[in-house]
Design a protein around this ligand. Structure first.
Ligand code: ZN
Length: 443
């Protein structure tokens, strides 16, 4: 018989509302909420006391790179990873996410085919991890993405595959879908090699609207959605016009981009956490101080437009860009919600809805994932304290009292390695500063 749980006395947050109701879980589903949960619970039900706790649906991280293993540089990521070991390590990192309360996530692009292999291992019950949707290698034109000259002008490297012609675009998308990708990802912008006055804020658009339409037509014909990295205004506009199913960053959106996003009801996941972590904690990890100002400006300039999109009914998800040294697995997945409260002016209840139910559409499960209602999949997180008063409570691991994925209670006590030392896996750097004669002889 399927395990049953009755979670009592907790503040339940779901669908932008809060209430003090018992919740009954049977098998992989929530079967009753409220008085009926008590009356229909069997005598041998496992009772969980949620006094002074908040119960929320499992978090959905819409932007997480599970295969990267927290690189400090693109050099490390592109040249110092091996497919087999990357997959083994990703399986450990996925467990860290699950224990932090992330019960579902989208990995938009991976190195090698790690995402596909890990997803299938999780789905097949080989390893424990969040529900996962995965892309393959991100499609990039030879203009490049955010890695500049590190990427070649053809072939594959790291997370990227470089496509030159319309035929290649079509062939690569079909190949990825045949290989098992849930999503196709496109780097719609990249870094300008030489920034001039003609360049707008953010990155430069490296795909034409026609090419973006071709991507969507090809993927959609096979029932697969498309996500774009769009770190300027025109790319956000054109991705929305082309029919993209999700846009990351949407940085520096202008009026025309906002209009396209609203008209097409294109979901957004700005992924501010990566930027904000560097702004707040960059000093502790010797980050480039110049980036702080740039990133804070990007958050502020973009937030106002995202709020307008949200008010117009555009779905807004939470993505954190976890997977880099600035955003390690299991630590920061909750943070985007707090940033929405601070920068977009959302209420905590609205932000929690963004961090949970809004992400259900990643999987096409809008009617059964992300809420605490009868019939919904039993993905739940029980957290000590009142989350409506303080979203940051989710960041403190000792506050996580219970995590359920599909009705299965996750063992939070079994030890996991939190770091590892593998020859050739991490790259060192000569130094964080230039050793001038003056520095050497200063005190
Ligand atoms: Zn990313």
């Amino acid at each position: 018989m399927a395990a049953t749980y009755l979670i009592e006395n907790a503040k339940v947050i779901s669908g932008g509302q809060h209430s003090q109701v018992p919740v009954l879980v049977e098998g992989d589903r929530i079967v009753a909420v409220g008085e009926q949960a008590k009356t229909s619970a069997s005598p041998d039900v496992s009772r969980i006391d949620g006094t002074d706790c908040t119960l929320i649906p499992g978090m959905v991280d819409a932007h997480c790179h599970i295969s990267f293993d927290q690189p400090k540089s693109n050099d490390e990521l592109f040249f110092h990873r091996r497919p087999g070991l990357a997959t083994v390590i990703a399986a450990v990192n996925a467990q860290k996410m699950l224990r932090a309360g992330v019960t579902s996530f989208l990995d938009p692009d991976c190195i090698f085919d790690v995402g596909i292999d890990l997803r299938d291992a999780i789905d097949g019950g080989v390893v424990e991890g969040p529900r996962m949707a995965t892309g393959g290698n991100v499609l990039i034109t030879c203009v490049g993405g955010t890695a500049g000259q590190l990427l070649p002008s053809e072939g594959k490297l790291g997370y990227a595959v470089i496509v030159q012609t319309k035929d290649e675009i079509v062939r690569e998308i079909r190949k990825q879908i045949k290989g098992g990708c849930d999503w196709i990802k496109v780097h719609v912008t990249g870094l300008p090699v030489r920034r001039t006055k003609r360049h707008n804020p953010g990155e430069i658009q490296s795909w034409s609207l026609d090419e973006l339409r071709l991507v969507c037509d090809t993927a959609h014909a096979l029932g697969v959605p498309v996500v774009g990295h769009c770190r300027n205004s025109s790319s956000t506009r054109d991705a929305a016009l082309a029919g993209f199913d999700l846009i990351f960053h949407s940085s520096y959106m202008g009026e025309d981009a906002l209009e396209a996003v609203v008209d097409n009801n294109t979901p957004l996941a700005p992924s501010f956490t990566f930027l904000r972590n560097l702004v707040d904690y960059g000093d502790k990890i010797n980050s480039d101080p110049g980036l702080k100002k740039i990133f804070m400006n990007e958050i502020e300039a973009t937030s106002a437009m995202i709020r307008r999109a949200y008010d117009a009914g555009v779905p807004l998800m939470c993505g954190t860009e976890s997977g880099f040294s600035i955003t390690p697995y299991g630590d920061w997945h909750y943070r985007e919600m707090g940033i929405y409260v601070e920068h977009l002016g959302l209420t905590p209840l609205q932000a929690i809805a963004c961090g949970t139910e809004a992400g259900a559409r990643i999987f096409g499960l809008e009617d059964e994932l992300g809420r605490i209602e009868p019939g919904y999949i039993a993905d739940l997180v029980l957290v000590a304290g009142d989350l409506e008063k303080d979203l940051n409570l989710l960041g403190e691991k000792s506050n996580i009292r219970a995590v359920f994925k599909g009705g299965k209670k996750i063992d939070l006590s079994r030890p996991l390695p939190d770091s590892w030392s593998i020859p050739g896996w991490r790259t060192g750097q000569f130094s964080s500063q230039v050793l001038t004669y003056e520095l050497a002889h200063s005190y």
